[in-house]
Structure formats: structure tokens, C-alpha cells
Design a protein around this ligand. Structure first.
Ligand code: KIV
Length: 263
């Protein structure tokens, strides 16, 4: 994107076109994504693909701030979202203290917090205090241990009704944009239609207002597991392995470095 998105241009896009969000955790990849993505999410998924942990739960504020600073440096013209890690927004005081750190120590444009109606008071407290918030409803990765696994939502009528209540509560609390994850497509579409703010899907079908993918999944770099909703746009792991193997072979055979690489 040539022009940096703003909260109002993101909201306006809901009625005009599908929004593009992608994760990034460092300056290098962020700079490569900048021209194609509307928003860059520094997701706490970095705890898995960057830090090698089994889930996102042990990510902390220092980590998120470090990676958000790097992404902001690499993509100065991008709208950057910093994920609030598990346990950092359980009450209004902690939420404001931690989100304020994000705004003071990085140039992120907003924070993202997981949860529906039960988190509406936190969203309102942050937005009342000048912190822009992106919501996240449906399958909540930070609830993986609490719920005993990653559970697709919207499978029953009760769940569908509950998601509509969630999205309306978070919108009313002031969220300017809401991620919806792991939800039956027809329910996610109804959720997006129920509010004025853009609803960005991941594993939520094609009837929502935009899509987000974790970059290491869509570039085929993360091999631990591939959720059904991920499309691999390249086989990054194979490309990287082959390149490094060629390098190693050329070092061993003394084919590299050549004259042109030598002072
Ligand atoms: O942490 C993350 O990358 C996310 C996406 C899955 C939306 O929250």
C-alpha cells in the first residue's frame, strides 16, 4: 500500500473492498509485506513460530514490545497492531498500564485483545483512555488450555447467537475493527453484517470484510502443523532448506566464494 491506512480508511473500506492483514514479527519481513498489506499484526503467534513454544500463552509484554518496535522500524508506512499477551489485560488497571506501554514504547497504531462481551469493559476502558483497540472473537488461541484445545465456534445456534452478542458488545465498547477466528463461514458472515466496523476473518470463510493469515503459515515456513484454513502461497521450508544445502555444498567443495565475492 502506498498510503498508510488510518482507523477511518480501514472503517471506510468495509463497504468498498476486502481488507488485507498479515502478521510480521521483524523489520525484514514487515518491509516486504508493507506494499501489499493494509495492516500488519504483531501477533502473539510469534511465541510459536518465532520463539518455538507450543502455544501463545507464555508471550509477555517485553517480547511484544521488542517485536513491535522492529516491525514499526521495517514498515514505517504500515498500520501496525500489537497483540496484548495472555494475562496482561485481566483487569482495567493492568490493561491500561500494559497498553500504555505499547503506545509509549512503540509506534503501533492499536492493540488487539482477545474476548467477546466479557472483555467489553476492558475495551471501553482502553478506548476511553486514548488507546485504539482491535477486538478478537470466536476461537481464542489464548484460551487453548482453558478450553482443552482449539475449538471451532458457531457450530450451534446458541454459539452463533453468542458471537453476535460478542461482536456487538465489542463494537459498542469502541473497537474500530474486530478479528474473527475459527468460526463457521455462514455465522462469521452474519457476525460481519451485524456491525458497522470491519470484521477480519481467519478460518472464518469468505463473507467477512477481510482476511488475516500468519505469515509463516502462508509462506510455508512453519511445519509443526497446518490448520485447514491456511493456504500456502509458497513452500518456504523447502526453498530455505535447498538454498542452505547448496550453500553448504559449495563451501565444502570450495566453489564459494568465487572471484566476484572476493576483495
Ligand atoms: O497472534 C496472531 O497471529 C493472531 C492471528 C491468529 C489473528 O492473533
Amino acid at each position: 500500500m502506498t498510503k498508510k491506512m488510518t482507523i477511518s480508511s480501514i472503517q471506510k473500506a468495509k463497504r468498498e473492498r476486502a481488507l488485507v492483514m498479515i502478521t510480521a514479527y521483524d523489520a525484514l519481513f514487515a518491509s516486504l509485506f508493507e506494499e501489499s498489506a493494509d495492516m500488519i499484526l504483531v501477533g502473539d503467534s510469534l511465541n510459536m513460530s518465532f520463539a518455538g513454544k507450543a502455544d501463545t500463552l507464555s508471550a509477555n509484554m517485553d517480547q511484544m514490545i521488542y517485536h513491535t518496535k522492529a516491525v514499526c522500524m521495517g514498515a514505517k508506512n504500515s498500520f501496525v497492531i500489537c497483540d496484548m499477551p495472555f494475562g496482561t489485560y485481566t483487569n482495567k488497571k493492568d490493561a491500561l498500564k500494559n497498553a500504555t506501554r505499547v503506545f509509549q514504547e512503540t509506534s503501533a497504531d492499536c492493540v488487539k485483545i482477545e474476548g467477546g462481551k466479557s472483555r467489553a469493559d476492558i475495551v471501553k476502558h482502553l478506548t476511553d483512555n486514548g488507546i485504539a483497540v482491535c477486538g478478537h472473537i470466536g476461537l481464542l488461541p489464548q484460551s487453548v488450555r482453558g478450553e482443552g484445545g482449539y475449538k471451532v465456534k458457531g457450530k450451534t445456534e446458541d454459539e452463533a447467537k453468542s458471537l453476535i452478542k460478542d461482536v456487538k458488545a465489542i463494537e459498542k465498547a469502541g473497537a474500530f475493527c474486530i478479528v474473527i477466528e475459527g468460526v463457521k463461514a455462514e455465522v462469521a458472515t452474519a457476525v460481519a453484517e451485524a456491525v458497522e466496523v470491519p470484521v477480519i476473518g481467519i478460518g472464518a470463510g469468505n463473507g467477512v470484510d477481510g482476511q488475516v493469515l500468519v505469515f509463516s503459515d502462508m509462506l510455508g515456513l512453519f511445519e509443526e502443523f497446518t490448520p485447514k484454513f491456511v493456504k500456502k502461497y509458497m513452500d518456504g521450508a523447502t526453498l530455505v532448506r535447498e538454498a542452505v544445502k547448496s550453500y553448504a555444498q559449495e563451501v565444502e567443495s570450495r566453489e564459494f566464494p568465487q572471484e566476484i565475492h572476493t576483495y
